[in-house]
Every structure is written in structure tokens, then in C-alpha cells.
Design a binder for this molecule. Structure first.
Ligand code: G3P
Ligand code: MG
Length: 248
């Protein structure tokens, strides 16, 4: 089996995370999928940004939930990374979906509702995916177990993954009980028995965030279903190497 290469926040080592240049690069480099993070503005517009606050990745300050979408658009989301990307803006989910629609890329949309429990974010995002007919190409995910459950109950036709970095011997059982159809785990949780337990339940396991060749090779050997990486170019090269070596 071929482990999928998922560009984490786009090709985020080469371009500012979660911006159009990072997504474009991930696509050009040949990633199988893009992972991105969604939060809600004051006027309930889903936008793509990792942190709840704009401080780290823009020239502004304040919480996303206190900005209108229009006000957010005035911020520069590229200069913090490099002057080359000055003028990049925070992308709306709409813009991202429009861009990805004609491309053969899978999507993982992470709902960033583990710190701020944005009301209705599950349905707001789901409805956008439906509008673009992207339900079948998307996996939603969240660190918030209650939100996994809500998503599954409200929208049982979309795949939803439980994200976790915590050790728990009942992880697979607990995830299944919530209605998760996949597990997205931090690398330190990865081992053969977790993979086996998931695969027995037909649950894909994807691992974050894998930026080193040696870890990539371990994920390929253990047959994890996907890896999230900031360096999709390296991951693709390493995957080729892995499959060539397997043939000999
Ligand atoms: O979805 C995998 C990974 O993105 C989870 O952590 O903090 O990078 O969003 P984070
Ligand atoms: Mg994420």
C-alpha cells in the first residue's frame, strides 16, 4: 500500500503556511492531499488559519473571532515568512474550495475548535463542502471529541477523524464510539499495534507532523495510511525510495 502524502498547511516549509502560495506549491510538488485549519470570523465566515490569534502569522493582532472577514482581509499574511510573500492574505474557505475543486487533490479540513468552541462550525464547513460537491474528497478532523461526535451525528455522510497526541489504550474503541472514521495521531503514538487495531476496524491512521526521512521511512514500513508533512517534496522522494528498495 502507498502512504498518502498530505501537505501540512500546504507546503509550509517553503511558503507561508495556509496561504495560496503554500497550497499552489503543494500541488506542484505532487502532494496527494492538503491539510488546512479552519476558524470562524465574527461574522461567521470560515477562514484558513492555524492559530486563534492573528499575531504569529500576520502583521495584525487580535482574535479571529473578533475580526469581520473584511477587516481580516486587510492583514498581510506573508511578510512574517519572507518579503517575497508580502501581500498574501488570509484565505477564506470558499476561495480554497474553489481553487481545489478542479484539481485531483484530497482535502483534510481541521476544525480548530478545541480551544474556542465555535458555534455551528461543523455545519458551516459541511455546507460549504456540499456546495462545492467535495464531501467525498474531504476528511474533517478535530482535537475536540465532542465535535467529532456532533459531526458524525449531524452529517453522517462525511468522514471525520479524531486528532490526538494523548496516549490512551482504548483509543480505537473511544474514537469509534464517537463516530470517527479515522485516527490522526502524533508521531509518538505510532506503533504496530495501533496500526493493526485500526486496520482491523477499517480505520485509516494518519500521522503528524513528519518532516524527517527516518520517520517517513518508519511510517511507510508500518503502513500508516497518510503522513502530514511540511516538506511534501522530501516525502515524495522518500516514498519513491521506499518502494524501489522494496522491489529489490
Ligand atoms: O491535522 C494534523 C495537524 O495539523 C494537527 O496539529 O497544530 O498542526 O494543526 P496542528
Ligand atoms: Mg492542523
Amino acid at each position: 500500500m502507498k502512504t498518502k502524502i498530505i501537505a501540512h498547511r500546504g507546503a509550509s516549509r517553503l511558503a507561508p503556511e495556509n496561504t495560496m502560495p503554500a497550497f499552489e506549491l503543494a500541488y506542484k510538488l505532487g502532494a496527494d492531499a492538503i491539510e488546512t485549519d479552519v476558524q470562524l470570523t465574527k461574522d461567521n465566515v470560515p477562514v484558513i488559519i492555524h492559530d486563534e490569534h492573528v499575531r504569529r502569522t500576520t502583521n495584525g493582532k487580535g482574535y479571529i473571532k473578533n475580526f469581520t472577514f473584511q477587516a481580516l482581509q486587510q492583514l498581510d499574511a506573508g511578510s512574517w515568512f519572507s518579503q517575497k510573500y508580502a501581500g498574501a492574505t488570509i484565505v477564506s474557505l470558499d476561495e480554497f474550495l474553489q481553487w481545489i475543486k478542479p484539481k485531483s487533490l484530497y482535502l483534510n479540513i481541521e476544525l480548530k475548535n478545541n480551544k474556542i468552541d465555535y458555534t455551528n462550525i461543523e455545519t458551516i464547513v459541511y455546507e460549504k463542502l456540499r456546495q462545492y460537491q467535495l464531501i467525498n474528497r474531504t476528511i474533517l478532523s478535530t482535537f475536540n471529541p465532542a465535535s467529532v461526535k456532533r459531526t458524525h451525528e449531524l452529517h453522517p455522510d462525511i468522514n471525520v477523524a479524531l486528532l490526538t497526541s494523548r496516549r490512551n489504550r482504548y483509543l480505537v474503541r473511544d474514537a469509534k464510539q464517537l463516530g470517527a472514521t479515522a485516527l490522526h495521531v502524533k508521531y509518538r503514538l505510532l506503533n504496530q499495534s495501533l496500526i493493526d487495531a485500526c486496520h482491523e476496524e477499517n480505520m485509516p491512521v494518519r500521522v503528524y507532523t513528519i518532516n524527517r526521512s527516518i520517520r517517513m521511512q518508519r511510517c511507510f514500513t508500518l503502513e500508516s495510511d497518510g503522513i502530514f508533512t511540511d516538506v511534501p517534496d522530501l516525502a515524495i522522494e522518500q516514498r519513491k525510495l521506499f518502494h524501489t528498495e522494496q522491489k529489490h
